[in-house]
Each structure stands twice: as structure tokens, then as C-alpha cells.
Design a binder for this molecule. Sequence first.
Ligand SMILES: NC(=O)c1ccc[n+]([C@@H]2O[C@H](COP(=O)([O-])OP(=O)(O)OC[C@H]3O[C@@H](n4cnc5c(N)ncnc54)[C@H](OP(=O)(O)O)[C@@H]3O)[C@@H](O)[C@H]2O)c1
Length: 280
Amino acid sequence: MLKDKKISIIGTGNMGEALVSGLVSSEPSMPKNIICTDIREDKIELVQEKYGVGTTKDNIEAVEASDVVIYAVKPQIIALVLKETAQALDMSKLIISIAAGVPLAAIESCLKKDLRLIRVMPNIAAFVKESASVLAAGKNATQDDIKLSMAIFDSMGKTIFIKENILMDAITGLSGSGPAYIFLIVDALADAGVKVGLSREDALFLSIQTVLGAAKLLMETKEHPGRLKDMVTSPGGTAIAGIHTLEKGGLRTTLINAVEVATERSKQLGEIMMKNFSNE
Ligand SMILES: NC(=O)c1ccc[n+]([C@@H]2O[C@H](COP(=O)([O-])OP(=O)(O)OC[C@H]3O[C@@H](n4cnc5c(N)ncnc54)[C@H](OP(=O)(O)O)[C@@H]3O)[C@@H](O)[C@H]2O)c1
């Protein structure tokens, strides 16, 4: 299914390149079906040389030649780019936006026509093909559109579909912003290692590998985190002493508060975006 589709990526920056890299490695015949655009010559030259994909600086030309159009430009300019390409958009194409904080309703109000729309919230781990991406569909998107979009974003990590597009703010607060929380935790663990006498280099390596190993164990065993925690806490041992201190410091409450406040902030930014889009 995926290999029969012409896909254009409008804006080939960090995320656009991560998408190209994922798609090209998922299917050998992909490069001939991908067209990337960017306003910067160096960006499109890079993806052409590195991945063998088609490129153009003309967004309209790319949209016209595609079955699937992925908008990967910054949220601040997506309204302009949507308007620029609107003449080439119709119900024959699947339109995907990955712009953070831009609700589907904002895109609909900007384009003012019936379109098959999908919104995706990936995260920065897309660069290592480990994105936690979440997909929500507009009212005209079909089951096949959802399947196709899942296949596209599975090429750069793991993807889930949510029926309630309204939950996108919560997703932004959890998996969209989540890598930043984990970077902070890893940095703090490395500081802790230095405090108890390890070199900075060893402490950082051990912190990263511990987070990676714990995540892999959870993913592969599918055990509940509470059960795995029970397995590593022996009576009167070291891990339970550490956990007691984390609980006293309010780690669980702090993380819940962080996700809640980030969700609220995403909602506020979405409302500002809605106003800006209807004024464009
Ligand atoms: N990075 C993340 O971790 C992440 C996570 C989730 C969602 N997202 C979303 O993904 C989207 C892309 O983010 P990014 O980090 O990849 O941004 P980025 O690196 O700035 O990529 C956007 C690219 O689009 C180019 N561009 C600007 N105007 C254009 C136009 N009119 N036509 C075509 N290309 C144009 C930019 O060129 P210039 O640099 O010259 O402006 C840049 O190369 C954003 O909407 C963001 O919210 C990103």
C-alpha cells in the first residue's frame, strides 16, 4: 500500500529528514516516490544526495504530484504554506500535518474546503527511529488513510491512533514533551553518580544505559512497571531505600504535575493558533 503512493514532504528540516530516512529504510523502492521541498537549497541537496529522493523548491509542484502531502514546516508558518498550496489540495489527496500545537480545526478553518486530514504528534526520538507518535483523524479521513498514515509514521518509531482529537494536548504534555523530562532525569542521575564518586563520563553512560535498559525491559516483557519495580526491590535492600527517598521528594506527584501543566500550555497555544489561523 505504502509503496504505491507518491508522498511529498513540505519542509525538509529536522523532522522532514527523519521522515525521509525512516521511509527510505522501510522500503527499497521508496526514494522514487518521495518529493521533498524546502526554501533552502542546501537542505534539498542534502536529502537528494543522501537518500536519492526527488526534490523541488516549488511546494505547489510537489503537492500536485502527490497522493499524500506531509506538512513538516514550523507551526508559525504552516498557515502561510497551507494557503500557498491550497489550490492544489482536494479530496483526492491525504493531507498530514505534524505541526505541534496546531489543531485540525485550525487547518480546516484556514483551508475552508473538504479535505482528508490527519494530524500527527511525533517526538524527537524520530531521529533514531524511536518516535512515540500519535495520530488523530479529521472528519473526512478514511480507515485506509489512517492505516496508511500509521505505516508512514511506523517507519520512524511506534505509532498509536486516538479517536479523540481533543486528547492531542494531553499527548503533547506526555510523549511530545516527554523526552525533555527524561533528559533532565538522566542528567540528574549522572550528577548523582558524580556525587557518589563516579567519573562524569561513567556516570552519564550508566544513567543513559539504565534508562534504555529499563525501557527495553518494559517493552519486551510487557510487565507492569510496578511488577518490575517489585522484582528489583529486595527486603531491606538498596533499591527500596532509594525509592523511599524518591517518594518523599514527590517524584510521582511532580511528574503528574509536569504533564498536567504542559497539557494546559498546549491547550493555550492551540487557542492562540486558532485565532491566528482565522485572522490569516
Ligand atoms: N523537532 C521536533 O522534535 C518535533 C516534534 C514534534 C513535532 N514537530 C513539528 O514538526 C515540524 C517541523 O519541525 P522541525 O523541527 O523539523 O523544523 P525545521 O527543522 O525548522 O524544519 C522546517 C523546514 O522547513 C523549511 N521551510 C520554511 N519555510 C518553508 C516554505 N515556505 N516551504 C518549504 N519549506 C519551508 C525551513 O527552512 P528555514 O530553516 O530556512 O526556515 C526548514 O528547513 C514543526 O511543525 C514542529 O512543530 C517537531
